[in-house]
Design a protein around this ligand. Structure first.
Ligand SMILES: [Zn+2]
Length: 322
């Protein structure tokens, strides 16, 4: 370990209470210092020449001792180009991670005293984007896969047909009697062309996939999965017995969607909300809310910055369904 990786806060990586949060992050400099430590846990390394010695400039940038290039700790992160204090960002992240079931943009605006709703909305979306890391590990072992429908009941539509609901594919690892990690994505229909690529991007090649008897899943065998279908109608077991994990996740997702967001999420934005749901689901039993704040900050400094236009546009690959 290099000297600047030694932690000044008694070996603890994150504040555990609001009081500690206020003490740790009492100034902009303290926030910037913490950000640098999270970004370069092994100490600074110049992105241009790789040298590990740098000086701090008067403007709080790091100047490489080798190539003289200046690097800011926020460059290439979600904080890049922000005109608001880092301290305000940290407060937003603390608030987001301390509300167990999620927050609305209005809530963020109020608690931080932000003048603009759009700023609160943009921040929330930027943070949501950091909640699931790109290149994250694939699920493995035995995995349940199913789809669920967000958007309320539709009159005159039966079975897997839908006219205006968003369809969400869910994969959940089977870990003994419990649930391991989950993955979710919006899909445009329940065909093999939609479901198989979802499984391929969410689950390790060769894993065992448990599904109901829906025929679109049969193509999984041909692409290297051990597909174990179970016909629900044939077994006469209801879905929550055959596929208890995805069924439970779908129920929680439905309650969260209606309870926190009142069913008012635009389909194009849904993927980011699913990422937030996944982030919270994985840490649902964690009592250490400060650790969530720390993880979110770790993700935030690994993430490429996203301009507002792209945030507002959502993900264009699936047609808008709500
Ligand atoms: Zn350099």
């Amino acid at each position: 370990m290099t000297e600047n990786a030694v932690h000044p806060f008694g070996g603890v990586d994150y504040p555990r209470t609001l009081k500690e949060f206020d003490e740790w992050f009492h100034s902009e400099a303290a926030c910037a210092d913490f950000l640098r430590r999270v970004r370069w846990p092994e100490g600074f390394r110049c992105p241009v020449c790789g040298k590990t010695v740098a000086w701090m400039t008067a403007r709080g940038q790091l100047r490489c001792a080798g190539c003289q290039r200046q690097t800011s700790a926020t460059a290439g992160t979600v904080f890049e180009g922000t005109r608001k204090p880092l301290r305000l960002w940290f407060q937003a992240m603390w608030y987001v991670t301390n509300q167990k079931h999620g927050v609305s943009a209005l809530g963020v605006q109020r608690i931080l005293g932000l003048g603009s709703y759009q700023t609160a909305w943009t921040w929330l979306h930027k943070l949501r984007r950091t909640m699931v890391r790109p290149g994250r590990d694939l699920l493995n072992g035995e995995v349940e896969v199913d789809e669920t429908y967000l958007g309320g009941r539709e009159v005159g539509v039966t079975g897997r047909e839908t006219n205006k609901k968003s369809i969400v594919a869910i994969a959940a690892e089977i870990r003994g009697r419990g649930t391991g990690r989950i993955r979710m994505a919006r899909i445009k229909d329940v065909s093999s062309e939609s479901l198989v690529p979802f499984v391929q991007t969410a689950v390790c090649h060769g894993a065992t996939i448990r599904t109901d008897g829906w025929r679109a899943y049969n193509a999984l065998t041909g692409v290297g999965f051990d597909h174990q279908p179970k016909a629900i109608s044939a077994s006469r077991d209801p879905a929550h017995i055959v596929m208890p994990r995805v069924h439970r996740v779908a129920g929680l997702l439905d309650r969260w969607w209606l309870g926190i967001h009142h069913g008012a999420i635009r389909a194009a934005q849904l993927d980011y909300y699913l990422d937030e749901f996944t982030f919270r689901f994985h840490r649902r039993q964690s009592q250490a809310r400060g650790l969530l704040f720390y993880r979110l900050l770790q993700h935030a400094v690994q993430q490429e910055p996203v301009p507002y236009k792209r945030l507002a546009g959502g993900t264009p690959d699936v047609p808008i369904q709500i």
